[in-house]
Design a protein around this ligand. Structure first.
Ligand SMILES: NC(=O)C1=CN([C@@H]2O[C@H](COP(=O)(O)OP(=O)(O)OC[C@H]3O[C@@H](n4cnc5c(N)ncnc54)[C@H](O)[C@@H]3O)[C@@H](O)[C@H]2O)C=CC1
Ligand SMILES: O=C(O)CCC(=O)C(=O)O
Length: 433
């Protein structure tokens, strides 16, 4: 079974449509959710260190705000394009709804590799992007955050630039800020902590003792490193880590904290002394738990059949294609889907935003306890729904979130029930096509 498509927007739409059908949702629901409500493409000039001027292009997609302001990260990566940003914003809508936080979905990005620029140039690019999207974002409108290759420093420049562009200092317009500048304790750790927590919940359901499990980790950035750290703390052995520089392996377990220190300096896992380099594919290694924490379309119809892990907790957005989902589900793999597994980041972004709006700070424990409760409750609901409807956890997660969004859209009057006669006619028409 080859992939129908690797276009992430088409994949996101297929996931939504599949769940709408399972739910028996009114046709209007998919009709509204298949497209973002607004997308913006901006271009702006930046004076480079050598005196030349370069034009940069950026995107922001606002998928749906039925449940609250648009929310989602900004990605700096060479593969960023409009379709990717639209797909990522679509996933954000359902992610926020899965954990029941009062946001809709947004996402943005620029097709750049930050490593190609000096710090001064990067600051100018970040500021230029923030100024360009300032007309459509705001503390109560659309709240960006870090994603691949962006971080708290970039968010801080953006808050400052937004203040200069609008004349209003709104620290809550961006989240994922450093703790010393309106950030929240436990935000840096949040996404990885959530990914590890979801793997642990799945292990509990399968009666797997964490002290006897091995883990493979793809991606060792913000998400992957903390996912590794927390699962190691819970007793598991992380035997393999892969990133853009290569894959390392140690059957006795890799010391994750030491690897984090190494990674900070060397910007990659390659060469770490506590493990050996391997050419084996990280995704199909003989481990109990796999945590893909890098990019989209990693588990495909090509390799899903070779996956040996019993549990997959998706740290990345969209790491698994629909065809791979079917293979994994048929093979009995328990997969905690991205919109649940990596929802810890946006959950703590929400807590950061609440703290910003109230100008009050919570302790690390308070934030992490609140995060864990929201995610574990959502896991339980989705686990039960998946059993009840005999669907995989991804479909169940979408069903739960679509129901909430559909209810909000209906209450707001964005659609009303399509008369049954029309649905019957539409189905009859489809059957003859
Ligand atoms: N940062 C956050 O709070 C959240 C991030 N995510 C998602 O998690 C994923 C990772 O994000 P971050 O950790 O924030 O990014 P990051 O920029 O901190 O790290 C990205 C990691 O992916 C690795 N990578 C890149 N290309 C790769 C390749 N071809 N093969 C293997 N590894 C590769 C990099 O080496 C790096 O270790 C993305 O899909 C992102 O959208 C999801 C929810 C929240
Ligand atoms: O923290 C946030 O607001 C968004 C994080 C994000 O971009 C994601 O969950 O993919």
């Amino acid at each position: 079974m080859a992939e129908k498509t690797l276009n992430v927007l088409e994949i996101a739409r297929e996931q939504v449509k599949h769940a709408c059908d399972k739910l028996g949702a009114d046709p209007a629901v998919y009709e509204i959710l298949k497209n973002p409500m607004r997308v913006m493409e901006v271009s702006f000039p930046v004076k480079m260190d050598d005196g030349t001027t370069k034009s940069f292009t950026g995107y922001r997609s606002q998928h749906n705000n039925a449940c609250g302001p648009f929310k989602g990260g900004l990605r700096f990566h060479p593969a960023v394009c409009m379709d990717e940003v639209k797909a990522l914003s679509t996933w954000m809508t359902f992610k926020c709804s899965v954990v029941g936080i009062p946001y809709g979905g947004g996402k943005g990005g620029m097709a750049i590799d930050p490593r190609d620029y000096s710090q001064t140039e990067l600051e100018k690019i970040a500021r230029g992007f923030a100024r360009a999207i300032a007309p459509i974002i705001g503390e109560k409108e659309d709240i960006p955050a870090p994603d691949v290759n962006t971080n708290g420093q970039i968010m801080s420049w953006m808050v400052d630039e937004y203040a200069q562009a609008t004349g209003e200092f709104q620290p809550g317009v961006f989240t994922g800020k450093p703790v010393d500048f309106y950030g929240s304790l436990a935000r840096t750790e949040a996404t990885g902590y959530g990914v590890a927590t979801m793997a642990m919940e799945a292990a509990k359901k399968l009666n797997i003792d964490l002290n006897n499990v091995t883990v493979a980790l793809q991606g060792f950035g913000n998400v992957g490193s903390y996912a590794g750290m927390y699962i190691e703390e819970a007793g598991a052995k992380v035997v393999a880590v892969g990133d853009h520089t290569g894959t390392i392996y140690n059957e006795n377990g890799i010391n994750i904290k030491a690897l984090m220190e190494y990674n900070k300096v060397n910007r990659g896992v390659k060469g770490f002394e506590g493990a050996e380099h391997t050419e084996d594919n990280i995704l199909t290694m003989d481990v109990d738990i796999l945590m893909p924490c890098a990019l989209e379309n990693q588990l495909t119809s090509e390799n899903a059949g070779d996956v040996k892990a019993k549990i997959i907790s998706e740290g990345a957005n969209g790491p698994t294609t629909p065809e791979a989902d079917k293979i994994l589900s048929k093979n009995g793999t328990t997969l905690v889907p991205d919109i649940l597994a990596n929802s810890g980041g946006v959950t703590v972004s929400y807590f950061e935003w609440v703290q910003n709006l109230s100008r009050y700070n919570w302790s690390f424990e308070e934030v992490q306890t609140k995060q864990k409760k929201l995610m574990v409750d959502a896991f339980e609901d989705i686990w039960s729904l998946a059993k009840e409807y005999e669907v995989d956890m991804r479909t169940a997660a979408y069903m739960m979130s679509i129901k909430r969004i559909a209810d909000a859209m209906k209450m707001r009057g964005w659609y009303s029930d399509t008369p049954q006669t029309e649905i019957v006619e539409e189905k009859a028409l489809l059957a003859t096509e």
